[in-house]
Design a protein around this ligand. Structure first.
Ligand code: ADP
Ligand code: ZN
Ligand code: ZN
Length: 799
């Protein structure tokens, strides 16, 4: 009797060892590896993934049987199952959370599944299942085994399709179409017999004669054929009505076709080298290091074209922030309908449709954010990661995977090259290229040898403090005025990493804090509220100080909203747009702001980091950075790298076309190397300087790192547990490993929980992996007593 090995989804007793279940005869042909199934677990019924089917009965007790399949087709193929196993080991997480991460969001628990009939005939033959409805909700246990068998074969034949939706209906996904019920000859005969005034019927018959493909009712309407004409024709038996699935199209605007550009010599060299690797099927990693505006995207487009020509597929990953309509438009205008997009702001249904298009082979190019690295693309010819240094590629919750590593794993599986592109590569990547582990390809020049923008550094300590507009230096004010006069555009960026505007009592110095977290509340002027950015706590803006009752409450710090107000006041005739988390919350808002700005409906774009990356506005000639150094004050070994990267990126927004660009950086640390080197956009010099700092501090890329975070509501408990973990590590690891902590996190208390951390820095620790895996398994027991333990392999920061 065959046995299914199933990884079950039970939060408190997770294990990476599968449980065995029997398969009843009726389900034999239905259950496949990679499907989700409903199984008995203790007294409950839980969902699990079938990871293997075996025949040998090693289990001696009586096996329980699988109750029902949750999916009618596997949701994970062999490659992705294998990937999940590797990822669980690499990120110290449970297999079940990796499996859940790999399938698209919509397939996880909350979504409902619908079956849609795409051919009328199916309804009649399967009345017991569909009961005359073109669409039904699929609930695993409601159908018997013979019905399941029929449905899975109908799906295989393409007569029934599956959809996921978070709402109670997925019916917006189907539309009515008509299909000829008679042959062309018969239809012509009917046409000939029509009275002269039956023009609409004549047009309908003409349309029906055109082919066998279903005609959408909306299409018929374009030919001035009304619903009543169709109804009449249906009654006469000329046609049948059917429901066809309609793909939700996540692309909102149509695009015009673009042609490959003639490459400059550096681009051509990069394209040739990578293409040779694609053609050979070589699993090789490239670092494409190109200054901003050097034409990296055109290189991506041309290597993707080559992969397609070879009959292969391609994946282009971009950071969350840069997946803008601009880049999507550029890809789509080259590759059209073959492109699938994966973005977190798409609806569950939209993502699922794209996933199916990829799985079925209809989409051959995928452009998407972090999670798109898991799409079921087959026969991959090249994987590209744009802005490979970007921190959004690291997932900050379980499983804490680094997209770059997943991309490399898939590259090895598909025997294809992986291209890491950046103007400011991560130190890890650049160091590997230096050692020859990666092949380095350099684009040192901007397109048309356009000069890099001139960067001026303004020392804010020298600016007269206290003036009402001291947020904007004299140089910046003058420059804005000049650009406005010339009708050129301006970007003003506020570096808001860990920075917020808070309220201070000028009488006693009191700052309102969150009652649940160790953090000051942020003032939101539009809402008249104070808000905690960590737990969501809000309270109305107080009129009086909580502590002394004074009314002298003053807003400190600078928010983008306040900056917008200042700019509006100083330049009343300028048209100002703001882009930050508040103005882009609504779906499509981000897109709209970019469109307005690129159509020059505004003169000044004010915003946060969001505006630093990836955007290409030819008319922008001035970029001002209001506070370059807020990131530098962070107690984190990557703060210089982040600051350098951000300033280089934002400076790259200026002067991208034929007009020269100007950048003004305001800072309190004008002598800091990250700022000075960003001024000349000298990445290589920054790399050398920063490597020395990293070497001295035993930081990556010289050392590997692991961060262990412990939290509990009771501080004593978490401290005691942290020392127990420390003890365990000290006993198991070699004296060469550096173990730091336990120390409270920078923000010690969040949402009523206390957070402590331990950092491990090491070069070679053969026992580390087993030690951490043990810790992971113990952590589950601990979670029952309220302690949570998280392990982060190669964390992005030590905070
Ligand atoms: P990067 O991604 O390196 O910042 P982009 O790919 O956005 O640079 O290129 C900058 C601009 O140069 C874009 O407007 C692009 O269309 C244009 N461009 C790129 N390659 C060429 C080329 N070979 N010839 C002409 N224009 C090009
Ligand atoms: Zn006070
Ligand atoms: Zn809070």
């Amino acid at each position: 009797m065959p046995i299914a090995q199933v990884i079950v989804d039970v939060p408190t007793s997770q294990t990476n060892t599968p449980y065995s279940y029997g398969i009843s005869d009726q389900l034999l042909d239905i259950i496949q590896v990679g499907m989700r199934v409903l199984v008995p677990f203790g007294r409950r019924q839980v969902v699990g993934f079938v990871v293997k089917l075996t025949d040998n009965q090693t289990f001696s007790g009586k096996l329980k049987n699988i109750i029902a399949p949750v999916d009618l087709q596997p949701v994970l193929n062999k490659e992705l199952l294998q990937l999940a196993r590797w990822m669980a080991a690499d990120t110290y997480s449970f297999l079940i959370s990796c499996l859940q991460t790999i399938i698209p969001g919509g397939m996880r628990t909350k979504a409902k599944k619908f079956l849609t009939v795409t051919d009328e005939a199916v309804l009649g033959d399967n009345a017991d299942i569909f009961q005359g409805h073109a669409q039904i909700e699929y609930v695993a246990k409601e159908l018997d085994k013979s019905q399941l068998k029929r449905i899975s074969s109908l799906i295989q034949q393409g007569l029934v399709s599956e959809h996921y939706s978070l709402s109670n209906h997925a019916h917006q996904l189907t539309q009515t179409a008509i299909k000829a019920a008679k042959s062309e000859v018969e239809l012509t005969k009917i046409q000939d017999e029509l009275p002269n005034n039956a023009k609409a019927q004549w047009r309908l018959l003409e349309l029906l004669k055109q082919g066998t493909e279903p005609i959408l009712q909306t299409e018929a309407a374009n030919h001035k054929i009304t619903g009543s004409t169709i109804k009449l024709a249906e009654q006469k038996g000329w046609l049948t009505k059917i429901q066809v699935a309609k793909n939700r199209n996540p692309f909102t605007s149509a695009v015009t076709k673009s042609q490959p550009l003639t490459l400059n010599p550096e681009q051509a060299n990069a394209v040739q080298t990578i293409n040779a690797s694609i053609d050979r099927g070589a699993n090789q990693t490239f670092l494409l290091e190109g200054v901003t505006g050097s034409g990296k995207t055109e290189v991506y487009l041309q290597i993707i074209a080559n992969a397609l020509q070879q009959g292969k597929t391609a994946m282009l990953l971009v950071p969350e922030i840069t997946l803008t309509p601009q880049i999507v438009g550029r890809i789509r205008s080259r590759f059209g309908e073959q492109v699938a997009m994966m973005h977190s702001s798409m609806s569950v249904g939209e993502r699922f449709d794209e996933w199916r298009r990829i799985e079925s082979g209809a989409a051959k190019v995928v452009v998407g954010v972090r999670s798109a690295v898991f799409v079921p693309l087959d026969n991959i010819g090249v994987i590209i990661m744009d802005e490979e240094h970007d921190s959004s590629y690291k997932q900050e919750e379980n499983p804490r995977y680094q997209t770059r590593d997943v991309a490399k794993w898939r590259g090895a599986y598909h025997k294809c090259p992986v291209v890491l592109g950046s103007a400011t590569p991560s130190l890890e990547t650049r160091a590997r290229a230096g050692k020859g582990v990666y092949q380095r390809l350099v684009l040192a020049h901007r397109i048309n040898d356009q000069a890099l923008p001139e960067v001026e550094i303004v020392d804010m300590k020298q600016e007269i403090a206290g003036g009402p507009d001291s947020d904007l230096s004299a140089s910046l004010l003058t420059a804005i005025e000049m650009k406005l006069k010339r009708h050129e555009q301006i970007i003003l960026m506020l570096n808001r990493r860990g920075y917020s505007s808070f309220v201070l009592c000028r009488n006693c110095g009191f700052v309102p804090k969150c009652p649940n977290c160790d953090i000051s509340l942020t003032y939101h002027k539009d809402l008249g509220q104070l808000k905690c950015h960590y737990c969501g706590f809000t309270r109305p803006m107080p009129r009086k100080c909580d502590q002394c009752g004074s009314t002298k409450l003053r807003q400190l710090g600078m928010g983008s909203q306040k900056l917008e107000e200042t700019v509006n006041r100083l330049f009343p005739t300028a048209r100002v747009l703001r882009m930050d988390v508040d103005t882009t919350r609504k779906k499509g808002a981000h897109e709209r702001i970019i469109k307005q700005f690129s159509e020059q409906q505004a003169d000044i774009l004010v915003g946060t980091q969001m505006i630093a990356k990836g955007l290409d506005f030819p008319n922008v000639t001035l970029v001002g950075v209001l506070n370059a150094d807020t990131g530098l004050e962070f107690p984190d070994f990557r703060s210089s790298e982040r600051t350098f990267e951000l300033l280089t990126q934002v400076a790259g927004r200026a002067g991208r076309a034929d007009k020269a660009g100007q950048v003004i950086i305001q800072t309190f640390n004008p002598d800091h190397y990250a700022i000075l080197l960003a001024q000349t956009q000298n990445y290589e010099e920054f790399y050398r300087t920063e490597m020395k700092v990293r070497h001295a501090g035993k930081y990556p890329p010289y050392y590997f790192t692991v961060k262990i975070t412990l939290s509990a509501e009771n501080e004593k408990q978490v401290v005691a547990q942290s020392f127990a973990v420390l003890n365990q590590l000290q006993q198991r690891l070699s004296p060469n490993a550096v173990i730091l902590g336990p120390t409270p996190k920078v923000i010690k208390r969040i949402n009523r929980r206390y957070y402590y951390q331990i950092i491990i820095k090491y070069r070679q620790e053969p026992t580390l992996s087993t030690t951490l895996t043990e810790l992971l398994n113990q952590a589950q027991q601990k979670s029952k007593s309220g302690i949570q333990i998280g392990i982060d392999n190669e964390p992005m920061d030590f905070m």
